[in-house]
Write a protein that binds this ligand. Structure first.
Ligand SMILES: C[S@@+](CC[C@H](N)C(=O)[O-])C[C@H]1O[C@@H](n2cnc3c(N)ncnc32)[C@H](O)[C@@H]1O
Length: 244
């Protein structure tokens, strides 16, 4: 089965050659960074409908956070369009980080629709290096559909750990690789080099649960879920929380 992968990858590469050439010449990235926020705005509206109950359950745990007498300081990492704001309890002080400034327009709209939160700032930065944020400054970090796209999940998780205060919580919802022996995993490997260009750096085959489990949190709880969309090549999802 493994021997098929390079052959099929080459076939897909040939079928999508213009895309790969544009990427090689550096013309694709600016196009992708511009259209991706529109794509995410469409997709997250649909995803939120399917995931509403699960997201509500996950983020309702913010209310139970111990050791926060004041308002909850929450970092939305890889915030995108801000699709999680509606699920946060009133009064959270939200800081947003994303390397793509083209999301700001969509973020502003989500903020206007969710007046129960207090918005601190939008920092244009990569999760691997959030020097603008102080150590132990956050009670909660939220990371949904982000660790597939970052350069280094390990470095991002180290940064999350740094900015969280002791006892602080990371909430995550991420798509991950299919089981290694499955045909679905083979197709993920075949499509990944092309999908990375379409999905703004999104990897299909990351075993992100391993990165989270290795990331020095004192406790990790997660559940595996089927993908919300069958028509996308993204695989199963993991949802859960990690305690610093
Ligand atoms: C698939 S979107 C998800 C957006 C949003 N979190 C959601 O749930 O809809 C991936 C997001 O991660 C951001 N991103 C990509 N690389 C990143 C990095 N190195 N650090 C932080 N965010 C990153 C992208 O700009 C984009 O907003």
């Amino acid at each position: 089965m493994d021997a098929l992968v390079p052959f099929l990858q080459l076939l897909v590469l040939l079928l999508t050659l213009p895309l790969h050439l544009l990427a090689l010449l550096g013309f694709w990235q600016p196009v992708c960074k511009t259209y991706f926020p529109y794509f995410m705005a469409m997709l997250t509206a649909k995803a939120n409908k399917k995931m509403e109950k699960k997201k509500r359950e996950l983020f309702s745990q913010i209310k139970d956070l111990k050791g926060t007498s004041k308002k909850v300081a929450l970092l939305e990492l890889g915030c995108g369009t801000g699709p999680n704001f509606q699920f946060y309890p009133p009064g959270c002080k939200v800081t947003c980080v994303d390397p793509n400034p083209n999301f700001e327009k969509f973020l502003t709209k989500s903020m206007a629709e969710n007046r129960h939160l207090q918005y601190e700032r939008f920092v244009v930065a990569h999760g691997e290096d959030m020097k603008q944020l102080a150590d132990h400054s956050m009670d909660v970090v939220v990371c949904t559909l982000v660790l597939c796209s970052v350069q280094s999940p390990k470095k991002v998780l180290q940064e999350i750990h740094r900015v969280l205060r002791p006892g602080g919580l990371l909430f995550f919802w991420e798509h991950v690789a299919e089981p290694r022996e499955s045909w679905a995993f083979l197709w993920q490997r075949v499509l990944e080099p092309t999908w990375k260009h379409i999905g703004d750096g999104c990897h299909l085959t990351r075993e992100t649960w391993k990165d989270i489990e290795r990331a020095q949190f004192s406790e990790v709880q997660m559940e595996r879920q089927p993908p919300p969309f069958k028509w996308l090549p993204v695989g199963p999802h993991i949802m859960g929380k990690a305690v610093k």
